[in-house]
Write a protein that binds this ligand. Structure first.
Ligand code: HEM
Ligand code: HEM
Length: 251
């Protein structure tokens, strides 16, 4: 389909869907631990970005009180460290769930190893990014491209945790930060660690903007409850539209 007729094409499909009854199956995709992880992570990461940005670029607020009588910046830093711990242990729980959770939560989703996953990545790029064709098969869980991006995000989580605890090691006596002390000389001193820790914040800012946009985009285009799935856990599959549903219906 050419680019110029794309929008009409999509509208035609919507009209057709609207007028013809379509059978849907309700599928429990995201279990409670995945959903809890998602929202704890979203809240912790938002706090980390906001407080981290403030630490990197402090504002000078003119107060009547003397500097030594104030502690607001201390609270900003405290919030950064407290949410850092929540975020790290929450991520640890998700790693565990990748081994014991249902098939949509498992680690093999996140690496495009099979031919089917690789084909889906090309399909999503052609459909949702380049918009040169209509949708092919739609995965019930993460689509393979989204899953691979989440995998890169998990790597960034690790990097931010390592550099964060390395910075924290000089101001804490706890064992956890001290495990990362050796990173500091490796990155050419604290200034180097700060630089990378700061730079990676922008990766998360970009991810969050694109991720929220895409969640609503898929919700609208596919019409099967993508956004509500990360709240309640359920998605809707068109009967006959995915291989998996075909198999389930046959049983
Ligand atoms: C993805 C999550 C995180 C983001 C977006 C983030 C962001 C930031 C940013 C932008 C800064 C300021 C850097 C600068 O000086 O320019 C900072 C500082 C810092 N972050 Fe994070 N951070 C995250 C996770 C963590 C974690 C897991 C820890 C572990 C304890 C941590 C510990 C620290 C420490 C110790 C500082 C320096 C505080 C200071 O100098 O007062 N951060 N963070
Ligand atoms: C700081 C904000 C956020 C971060 C860091 C984030 C991160 C993530 C991650 C890492 C996953 C993969 C989950 C897993 O398999 O464990 C995910 C999935 C998902 N997120 Fe978020 N998220 C954020 C905010 C949001 C918001 C506000 C929405 C809703 C509008 C949303 C909707 C979704 C949906 C629908 C999925 C499942 C997508 C799929 O079917 O592949 N997220 N998110």
């Amino acid at each position: 389909m050419s680019m110029s007729t794309q929008s009409t094409g999509v509208r035609d499909v919507f009209t057709a869907n609207g007028s013809a009854p379509v059978e849907y199956r309700r599928v429990y995709v995201w279990e409670l631990p995945v959903r809890a992880y998602h929202w704890i992570n979203a809240i912790a990461l938002t706090l980390l970005i906001v407080t981290g940005y403030m630490i990197g670029r402090p504002v000078r607020i003119a107060y009547a009180a003397e500097a030594y009588q104030q502690y607001w910046f201390g609270w900003v830093r405290f919030l950064h460290f407290a949410s850092a711990y929540v975020y790290v242990f929450n991520f640890g729980a998700r790693i565990y769930w990748g081994f014991v959770g249902n098939k949509y939560a498992r680690w093999n989703n996140f690496f495009p190893i099979t031919k089917k996953q690789q084909k889906e990545i090309v399909d999503v790029l052609e459909t949702d990014v380049l918009q040169v064709k209509m949708h092919g098969e739609i995965s019930t869980g993460h689509n393979s491209l989204a899953a691979f991006i989440y995998f890169l995000t998990f790597l960034a989580f690790c990097f931010q945790t390592i550099t964060g605890f390395a910075l924290y090691s000089s101001m804490s006596n706890a064992w956890l930060p001290h495990m990362f002390k050796w990173i500091v000389p490796l990155m050419g001193g604290e200034m180097g660690v700060r630089f990378w820790h700061h730079t990676f914040m922008w990766f998360f800012v970009a991810f969050v903007i694109v991720h929220i946009y895409l969640s609503f985009y898929h919700d609208y285009i596919e019409g099967r409850g993508t956004v509500s799935s990360i709240i309640g856990g359920w998605k809707f599959d068109r009967v006959g539209s995915s291989e998996e549903v075909k198999k389930a219906v046959k049983r």
